[in-house]
Design a protein around this ligand. Structure first.
Ligand code: IPE
Ligand code: IPE
Ligand code: MG
Length: 267
């Protein structure tokens, strides 16, 4: 893939793109966008400035995913636990999420990006919810990158919801408990029609999952970087993709078995 090499900083991007095998990119990348508050505090600024600056990283990650032809990008934007932050910060985040989505909608449509939402979306304040819903509708026909925002999201709550939905089907006599399989559970997830994330990136230096996509990340490759989310440039994203491609995904098998499968599919 060739990018416009005249633009500043482009040659360092092209160098990285050249290192990538574009036929082996992850289909689904999930990200935990962490470090906005610390980014702002380090500069003596209010935490909210970090959140504002973080929107630019969202735009960069979306643009690069779309340009590379990655099918799914799923961003953790607000966790159920984040409702426990000071009310002022919660209000700012809710306002910012709504505003940013409204502003980005024309570009998302132009770039053929389809916006989806997962989480307890009904908990979002009406102002933000209306803007998010308008963007969902405006991008519903787009069939390029699927950009999913996890909002008021908790992996445990998602799984609890799955248990409730299945229990209702059993109680209604539509499902026999003996027939419940992994596929039954997966079919009731918010992400039921997406592949599981191949790669999970967390910025901000913490090395934890923080209740994100607990079922779906069972076999994801994990990539932790100390880079704070507002500093997460395209080059840093490409570094994560290069690192991902160096790994051998064994899914419980041995390295020799994986090499054998690769040889048979290649020949
Ligand atoms: C991530 O940055 C954004 C959200 C969780 C909404 P933080 O706000 O968690 O930033 P740090 O971790 O305090 O630096
Ligand atoms: C995780 O970040 C949630 C989001 C990025 C939206 P946090 O900053 O809330 O995570 P913890 O609480 O430090 O684990
Ligand atoms: Mg944090």
């Amino acid at each position: 893939m060739n990018m416009n090499l005249q633009a500043p900083g482009m040659s360092e991007l092209q160098d990285r793109i050249d290192k990538l095998d574009l036929s082996r990119l992850p289909r689904h990348v999930a990200m935990i966008m962490d470090g906005n508050g610390r980014w702002a505090n380090a500069k003596g600024l209010d935490r909210s400035v970090g959140h504002y600056e973080g929107v630019k990283s969202v735009r960069r990650a979306t643009e690069l995913s779309s340009d590379l032809g990655i099918d799914y990008l799923t961003l953790y934007a607000f966790s159920t636990e984040n409702w426990n932050r000071p009310q002022k910060e919660v209000d700012i985040l809710m306002h910012l999420i709504g505003m940013a989505i409204e502003q980005e909608t024309p570009d998302l449509v132009k770039n053929n990006v389809h916006l989806r939402l997962i989480g307890d979306i009904e908990r979002m304040p009406k102002e933000a919810w209306d803007r998010l819903h308008a963007c969902e509708l405006a991008t519903a026909h787009c069939d390029g990158l699927t950009l999913t925002l996890a909002l008021s999201y908790s992996g445990r709550r998602e799984l609890t919801r799955v248990a409730r939905l299945i229990a209702e089907e059993v109680a209604a006599g539509k499902l026999n408990p003996a027939d419940i399989t992994e596929q039954t559970l997966a079919a009731h997830l918010f992400t039921h029609d997406m592949p599981d994330p191949d790669l999970l990136i967390r910025t901000g230096g913490e090395e934890r999952i923080s209740n994100y996509l607990l079922w779906q990340t069972a076999y994801s490759e994990l990539y932790f970087t100390p880079v704070l989310w507002p500093d997460f440039e395209k080059a840093a994203y490409l570094d994560a993709l290069i690192d991902y491609q160096r790994r051998e995904r064994r899914f419980g098998k041995t390295g020799a078995q994986i090499k054998e499968t690769l040889n048979t599919t290649e020949s």
